[in-house]
Design a protein around this ligand. Sequence first.
Ligand code: EPZ
Length: 433
Amino acid sequence: MTKYIVEGGRPLFGEIHISGAKNAAVAIIPAALMVNGPCRIENMPRISDVSLLLGILQDLGARVRYVNPHTVEIDSSSLRNGRVPYESARRCRASYYMLGALLGRFGAADVALPGGCDFGSTRPIDQHLKGFRALGAQVDTQSGFVMAEAAGGRLKGANIFLDKSSVGATINIMLSAAMAEGMTVIENAAKEPHIVDVANFLNSMGANIMGAGTDVIKVRGVSILRGGSYSIIPDQIEAGTYMAAVAACGGEVKLCNIIPKHMDCISAKLCEMGVEIHEVDDSLLVSRIGPLVRANIKTMPYPGFPTDMQPQIAAALCLAQGTSIITDSVWNTRFRYTDEFKRMGAQIQVDGNLAIIEGVERLTGAQLEACDLRAGAAMLIAALAAHGISQITNVQYIERGYEDVIGKIRGVGGRIRAVEITEEEELAVGSAG
Ligand code: EPZ
């Protein structure tokens, strides 16, 4: 186990190269299970969620080979069927995509219910299961496993109206429908950039998916997917996280390898807060010289402000002039991190899915414990902006989704290092949870 030591209070200057999108990668890897032939996936982020999912694929019998540090070749030709055990599934929420992928390809799947980031609330998958059932699968949940089997061995296309525009359900149903018989129509589908990316990946392997990125997705099932090459889109949330860091710390950073359009929902808010953003081809120049000003934020499904940026923007708002109100309308208990901010001197009140932040002049360094991926990223931002030294434990959460976070922060002048924590410290962290 490691912890990060951060010496804050200095502006950030330089360039950061944004990695491939985590939430696209964690769906595209399971999608590669459906492909009968080698697929080459470029711009793969080097993060622990990716390693975990590639490990599950190997356990199922797929051949996985890194061609270079960000290009992986997956060949699932020799896979026959699959059971994903609890030990593998519990460590990564996206393992639930194995359900749609295995069910689509083999007409049967047996996957342990996932773990992943816990926002203090349960994370239901009823819409995923509703979709599988509509496609003709018999679905049972027993002893922590979801067992799904298509009547007659192959799913049949259907019309599915999602009660909630769930990212996971949209992707899972799209995966299972890609090899079903006939046409599937998903209505009230989620529209996040990584949904389009998964559809593009499947289409490049021979699927026939139309409308991804709108709220109606049409999938005409095909009987086989063949190998090919694909490059994952840049990570909208990783880029947004570094933008929030510049907002909080000040300075000027160029973010390279991004799709500026995907950043609009985040850029608009940061501009309102006094951050300057200039688009140059596939990069954004982000700077903050003057004071930060308050803003109200309400998280919404894409193209609204993403819930996955809520904690990071809150870190910046702690240092903004005036009172900001954040409403998380996607996850109703995603404010656990605010207790850590308060120990740094932040003024925050939480009431249900609302946080009211009274901006303060400065935060001071403290001992912090990451409680989920984006909360961990937000603590990193607060620590970089704070005066004095902070220590962040439970950084394995951060490493689930941010490639080379230490190298990237150091590259723009942030003072951060990772150190091994002692056995006593490890026990203290464990018992605190
Ligand atoms: C995805 O989670 C992301 N994870 C999350 O990112 C992200 O916070 C979330 O979408 C929202 O954008 C991955 O892509 C792996 P949802 P997912 O299904 O698919 C309710 C990160 O930090 N719901 O869109 O699990 C649910 O309770 C992670 O990178 C149902 O009621 O989210 C929530 O309120 C954390 N029934 C809302 O819908 C269902 O069957 C949105 O959930 C499914 C969801």
